[in-house]
Design a protein around this ligand. Sequence first.
Ligand code: ATP
Ligand code: MG
Length: 247
Amino acid sequence: RGEYGAPLALAGPREAREVTASFNIMQSRLARYLDDQRRMLASINHDLRSLVTTLRLRAELIDDEPLRAAMQRTLRDMAAMIEESLRFARDDAIDEPSVDMDIGLLLRELVADQRAQGRDVALCEPKEPALACRCRPLALKRALTNLVENAVRYGGGARIRYARKRQAGRHPHLTIAIEDDGPGIAPEQLENVFKPFYRLDAVRHPETGGVGLGLAIARSCVEAHGGQLVLENREGRGLRALVTLPV
Ligand SMILES: Nc1ncnc2c1ncn2[C@@H]1O[C@H](COP(=O)(O)OP(=O)(O)OP(=O)(O)O)[C@@H](O)[C@H]1O
Ligand SMILES: [Mg+2]
């Protein structure tokens, strides 16, 4: 579920032991590589943050009022991007352990948090409301919150459905769908919006605020859990974000 397990014990016939040993070497290399990348991302962003702060102070001194306002806007956006990237690197580094979690409970908490902020978010309970899933609860909740916040921000509100699916030829899995009644996304953009910092309405609606990392973070978290995240337009109107997780 996104963590690296302990090295596998060397046992069995010689061939099996050799394969296990190479697997362990590969796993530790991969873990080290990802760790280095994370550290680099964090340190670049950390340095950028101080530079942007310095620039913001200097921009205060510009006499030309429209130029000063424009520079401050750009610098504020840069600061927001840097903060998000730092938060991403930090969250990733926490290494929250996986636990068996009741997904219904996690979703009810999420909905309560959203409603407390005055947002229109509804949860449709399935016939089997207690569904256990092995996950990193904080990380998964943050990923799902990103999807719900998009539905609220771009579609006016969110409806969440979840269920356990048993399909012939597939392992049993859990689906969580987050739906809205907003404008949806043009079919040719459905994959692009997962790219970091990619926003469709940045020019048209700068006031909606985001930096364009929500979906990238959500997908990387869901995939670290061995699952999938896709977006699809609903029949009629609105968007559906569909999370599939192994159980
Ligand atoms: N439910 C939705 N309906 C319509 N468009 C959406 C929806 N969800 C996402 N989008 C589009 O996809 C883009 C990328 O979404 P993403 O969540 O990655 O970033 P963001 O919401 O702009 O910023 P943040 O980092 O704060 O989440 C959005 O800017 C928006 O244009
Ligand atoms: Mg978002």
